[in-house]
Design a protein around this ligand. Structure first.
Ligand SMILES: [Zn+2]
Length: 161
C-alpha cells in the first residue's frame, strides 16, 4: 500500500498539498517498476502532477525518497528545501496511514479518518484520496474528502434537495 494520493492539511494555516505515489508499470518507457513521487501543481487531480523523486524500498522500514538532481538541496538551503520537506511528510505519513488502514474494519473501503502528524513545528492531517459518492471521481481536497462529495456534485445535491 504505497500507491495513492495523499493530501496534507496544515491545520494552523489551512493550506494543503497533495502528493501522489505511483508505481510505474514494469513495461513503462519511463521509470519502469519504480514508485514516482509527485506534487499536485494544478486544478486537475488526474494530470497536474510534477514528479520530484522516487520512493525507494516502499514496503520496508528503511524507505527513503531519492530526489531528482535539480530538486536536491545545497548544504546552504537544506532546511528550506521544500522537496526535502515533502519527502519527510510522505515518509512520516506512510507508516501511520498503513497502521490506520490495518486497524479499520474489513468492510470499510476508504480511510475516512485523517491521520495526524507533527513536522517542522506544524500539525498536519493526512487525508487519503477517496471517490465522490455521486460521480465516482477522485477527491483530493480536504473538504471534499471529509464530505465524500466533490464541489460540483455538492452544488447539484444542494439544488435538488
Ligand atoms: Zn462528483
Amino acid at each position: 500500500m504505497t500507491n495513492g494520493r495523499f493530501t496534507f492539511l496544515n491545520t494552523e494555516s489551512g493550506k494543503h498539498r497533495t502528493i501522489r505515489l505511483k508505481t510505474q508499470p514494469v513495461d513503462s518507457d519511463w521509470m519502469a517498476g519504480e514508485t514516482v513521487v509527485s506534487l499536485l501543481t494544478g486544478p486537475c487531480n488526474d494530470q497536474d502532477f510534477q514528479s520530484f523523486g522516487l520512493l525507494m524500498d516502499g514496503d520496508t522500514t528503511d524507505r527513503r525518497v531519492i530526489l531528482w538532481k535539480k530538486h536536491r538541496p545545497s548544504p546552504r538551503d537544506f532546511r528550506k528545501n521544500k522537496w526535502m520537506f515533502y519527502s519527510c511528510l510522505v515518509l512520516r505519513a506512510l507508516p501511520l496511514v498503513q497502521d490506520a488502514i490495518e486497524e479499520m474494519a474489513d468492510d470499510a473501503e476508504d480511510l475516512t479518518i485523517p491521520v495526524e502528524l507533527h513536522l517542522g513545528g506544524n500539525h498536519y492531517e493526512v487525508l487519503v484520496e477517496t471517490t465522490c459518492r455521486a460521480c465516482g471521481r477522485s477527491l483530493t481536497t480536504p473538504r471534499s474528502i471529509k464530505t465524500g462529495i466533490g464541489p460540483k456534485c455538492a452544488e447539484k445535491e444542494g439544488a435538488n434537495g
